[in-house]
Design a protein around this ligand. Sequence first.
Ligand SMILES: NC(=O)c1ccc[n+]([C@@H]2O[C@H](COP(=O)([O-])OP(=O)(O)OC[C@H]3O[C@@H](n4cnc5c(N)ncnc54)[C@H](OP(=O)(O)O)[C@@H]3O)[C@@H](O)[C@H]2O)c1
Length: 316
Amino acid sequence: MTAKTVLITGANSGIGKASAIKFAREGYQVIMACRNLDKGRLVQRYIIETTKNSHVDLLELDLASLEAIRCFCNAYEKKYDRLDILIHNAAYLQHGVKEYQLSQDHIELSFATNAVGPFFLTYLLKDRLNKSDNPKILNACTVSIRHYFVKNRKIEFDNLQGEYKESRPYNTYRKYGESKMALLLLTFKMSEVLNKYGIKVNAIQIPAIKLSGDTRRQFKSIWRLSAEIQNAFGAEPETIANIYFDICTSEALNTVSGKLINNKLEVMKPSHYTYGLLQSIRQLLDMRVYPRYAEEEDNIERVWEVCRNMTETDFC
Ligand SMILES: NC(=O)c1ccc[n+]([C@@H]2O[C@H](COP(=O)([O-])OP(=O)(O)OC[C@H]3O[C@@H](n4cnc5c(N)ncnc54)[C@H](OP(=O)(O)O)[C@@H]3O)[C@@H](O)[C@H]2O)c1
């Protein structure tokens, strides 16, 4: 196997699909890790036809299930002895859901899919990444983490398995934001832990992008309008696919690890703004900074420990 390999989760839709096309065009061996194989097969065929790169593989992966992740990694290891780039792109955000949804491992579904899943997948694939001469991991974060600029906003660590589902109303966007903040915290710790293997780990802060048809159909009533507005003004998924590619391959970012990078390829920093109305507005508009909550060691260690416990691993 000479071509570099890239594994992209959720590669059958939106930004994941656009990224699979981009990497295929650039001559990579692309592994599409998808939950929905019917949809995945159509996209796989389309990518092979349009890019003329026949090295586009499709493997089944449900990130919300630890058992499914184990099966996926077994299948991967049988076929591939190395992994160069791992992109944690897939995410669960079910618009309009009002009830707690737990995964089969009894973890709130956003947290299971968007934080625990990437953690476990990384853990199981680290030996394959270790065989690459320049391994990279990229985690798809979002501007939603900016809600943590609000003082006292915290991940509800005591409610990750729906412990308070009777008394705390479910908010799908809040849970999504929590899971993505967790993914950012995991990025920092993964970078530190995987440094000994030479694996670089970064995250990207993705702004509002045009939504895929399947995602748009989830919106009901007034929310449909917000989706249409996002579609009218959001950038194309291809713009973020190009940024995924640049973060993982550009010479300028080659040694960067443990960072959040924005959609202008700027390495972001924890916010230095003080509290107060004017400062808060400037902070919110400054896309080069992220909430200080994300740099607090306690939060980083807590998420790491939670994921280790939930997956019963000794990732260190
Ligand atoms: N679009 C935006 O405006 C925006 C903004 C900020 C951040 N982001 C982030 O960018 C990434 C891509 O977003 P997108 O809008 O391109 O997404 P999308 O079109 O909605 O696609 C989401 C992908 O994730 C997959 N997925 C969901 N649950 C899964 C599971 N349990 N196991 C495996 N795959 C699963 C979906 O698979 P199925 O086809 O099986 O459902 C689909 O392929 C996500 O991480 C998202 O949070 C997007």
